[in-house]
Write a protein that binds this ligand. Structure first.
Ligand SMILES: CCCCCCCC/C=C\CCCCCCCC(=O)N[C@@H](COP(=O)(O)O)[C@H](O)/C=C/CCCCCCCCCCCCC
Length: 211
């Protein structure tokens, strides 16, 4: 299946994101997200309100990366520098203009924190632990803070449809549940690294609360 989810590809994308100079390249960052969204699609229509939002955000970023200013959108660092220097980042409230790259990446960045917690929960969870509980706990400890009640409610209902932990690990397309756990152990440091660099960059420029 050409469109099947591959954790290896997602791992490779997040792995190649970070350059020797500790810059985060947007090309592989977005392709990592595309891979994750493919997986989300395979979980069924109940998750479509989540994948729609994620696709919209990735699409905004892909438009910047392929647009007239594409050379400014090679890395997160070059994007932040360019958008701040040109007054493109609305720090007070949403202007009604196009969403900036900084604002859009911030949403994905917060979701990456959820992913980090969720994958760590899956990796270290007992065989009989429930994916829905791991997912809800990870969500409540990260993204939920930024979402209104109605989104939190819908997300929590959707999480109940997640398959049990071992079935979930098997649909990751890596092999057995044990092999998937090993692969998660390999993938997580790369995802944490991308998260950490982005967090530091956004904190340094006071971009962590963009409306
Ligand atoms: C390694 C493989 C296993 C894990 C695979 C997980 C696949 C996850 C794929 C995508 C994750 C979804 C990312 C969602 C981004 C949400 C960004 C966001 O916060 N958007 C909200 C704010 O946006 P603005 O209004 O300010 O523009 C927006 O309101 C959100 C709407 C939709 C609801 C988002 C709920 C997010 C729940 C994340 C958990 C996903 C559950 C996946 C289950 C495995």
């Amino acid at each position: 299946m050409a469109d099947a989810f591959s954790l290896r590809e997602v791992l490779a994308a997040f792995q190649t994101c970070v350059t020797e100079r500790r810059e985060v390249l947007l090309g592989p960052y977005l392709s990592g997200w595309r891979g994750l969204i493919r997986f989300l699609h395979s979980l069924g229509a109940i998750f479509s309100f989540i994948s729609k939002d994620a696709v919209a955000k990735v699409q905004i970023m892909e438009n910047y990366c392929g647009g007239e200013q594409r050379d400014k959108y090679v890395s997160l660092q070059s994007m932040v520098e360019y958008e701040l220097a040109n007054g493109l980042v609305g720090v007070q409230k949403r202007s009604g203009g196009p969403d900036s790259g900084c604002r859009t990446v911030l949403r994905l960045h917060r979701a990456l924190r959820w992913l980090q917690l969720f994958l760590e929960g899956l990796r270290t969870g007992r065989e009989d632990s429930r994916t829905s509980v791991i997912c809800t706990d990870s969500y409540n400890a990260s993204l939920a803070t930024y979402h209104p009640w109605v989104v939190r409610k819908a997300a929590t209902v959707a999480f109940c449809a997640l398959p049990p932990r071992n079935a979930f690990l098997e649909i990751m397309n890596v092999g057995t549940a044990e092999e998937a756990v090993a692969m998660l152990g390999e993938a997580l440091p790369y995802i944490c690294d991308v998260y950490g660099i982005t967090q530091e960059l956004f904190a340094q420029h006071k971009l962590l609360d963009l409306p």
